[in-house]
Design a binder for this molecule. Structure first.
Ligand code: CP
Length: 315
């Protein structure tokens, strides 16, 4: 089985079988990452450019590590040290880089639609590493892998996503991915940060955090984008924490084995308290670990993989 699309722009359109293929392949790569020399020759000869127009720690480094673990040649681009500062457009930047003979582009951009746009004007494979408030597909895939590892299944799992749903590409991609895999998704956050008609995405809206937590097997806590406060979308950080913050006290009222997730970076003491983020329910660092394997899987499958994991069985 192979992925139908040449690119990974979002999770809409991916079937349950395709998501399962990505997660199964990632699980195989996790075994590679445990080896003394965690490297396979699978993408030898492929050149990948990581085109980051927005800051990133986890996504950028894990893509770069994934590329190195697969023996690809990778090059990092950051807009702050590029000719973008001289006014070069996204299209010109990307087409000039492609003229240097590359195979794949990993792009993060503040504008929703930038990866789709590149897929229409380049012949390289495009992978979305987060575009505006639209999508962050590899984050959702690593979240799905983390949940599947913890629970052993995804269908029927109850996952609450808490925070700024309106502006969150993580929320949007998680909602699509979880729905395809048969999980039940609840969303909770200030009404001003909730998309209009969000129920049409198949989610249950919980106005009170206590109700969302009581039902959930797992809670995915979103980063509050503090710049939203300046726009008056929530009153104060203190009030946000009081109404929606994941505190130890609130966790004590949740299911005994509830799992706490966060895509990072965290605002400790606002959307999540440190004793929760660092506590026994947290899988936040497992998410980061899984990010490398999931990105290896996506790179491998989009590079035109055949069913057998070439190089993985060797050694
Ligand atoms: N989760 C995530 O996208 O983190 P970074 O912004 O650090 O890549």
């Amino acid at each position: 089985m192979q992925l139908q699309s040449r690119h990974l722009i979002d999770l809409e359109g991916l079937t349950e079988g395709e998501i399962t293929l990505i997660l199964d392949t990632a699980s195989s790569f996790k075994e590679v990452l445990e080896r003394p020399i965690p490297k396979v020759p699978t993408l030898r000869g492929k050149t990948i450019v990581n085109l980051f127009f927005e800051p990133s720690t986890r996504t950028r480094i894990s893509f770069e590590l994934a590329e190195k673990r697969l023996s690809a040649d990778s090059v990092n681009f950051t807009s702050a040290s590029s000719s973008v500062l001289k006014g070069e457009t996204l299209k010109d930047t990307a087409r000039n880089i492609e003229a240097m003979k590359i195979d794949m582009v990993v792009i993060r951009h503040a504008a929703a639609g930038a990866p789709l746009f590149l897929s229409q004007c380049l012949s390289s494979v495009i992978i979305n590493a987060g575009d505006g408030a639209h999508a962050h597909p590899t984050q959702a895939l690593l979240d799905l892998l983390t949940l599947r590892e913890r629970f052993g299944f995804l269908s029927g799992l109850k996952v609450a996503i808490v925070g700024d749903i309106e502006h969150s590409r993580v929320a949007r991609s998680n909602i699509h991915g979880l729905a395809v895999m048969g999980a039940k998704v609840g969303v909770c956050g200030p009404a001003t940060l909730m998309p209009r008609e969000v129920e049409r995405l198949g989610v249950t809206v919980y106005p009170r955090i206590e109700d969302a937590l009581a039902e959930a097997d797992a809670v995915n806590v979103l980063r509050i984008q503090l710049e939203r406060q300046k726009k008056g979308l929530f009153p104060t950080v203190r009030e946000y924490r009081n109404l929606f913050g994941i505190t130890r006290r609130r966790l004590d009222e949740a299911k005994r084995d509830v799992v706490i997730m966060h895509p990072g970076p965290m605002n400790r003491g606002i959307e999540i308290d440190s004793d929760v983020a660092d506590g026994s329910h947290s899988v936040i660092l497992q998410q980061v670990t899984n990010g490398v394997a999931v990105r290896m899987s996506v790179l491998y499958l989009l590079a035109g993989a055949r069913t057998k994991l070439e190089g993985v069985e060797q050694e």
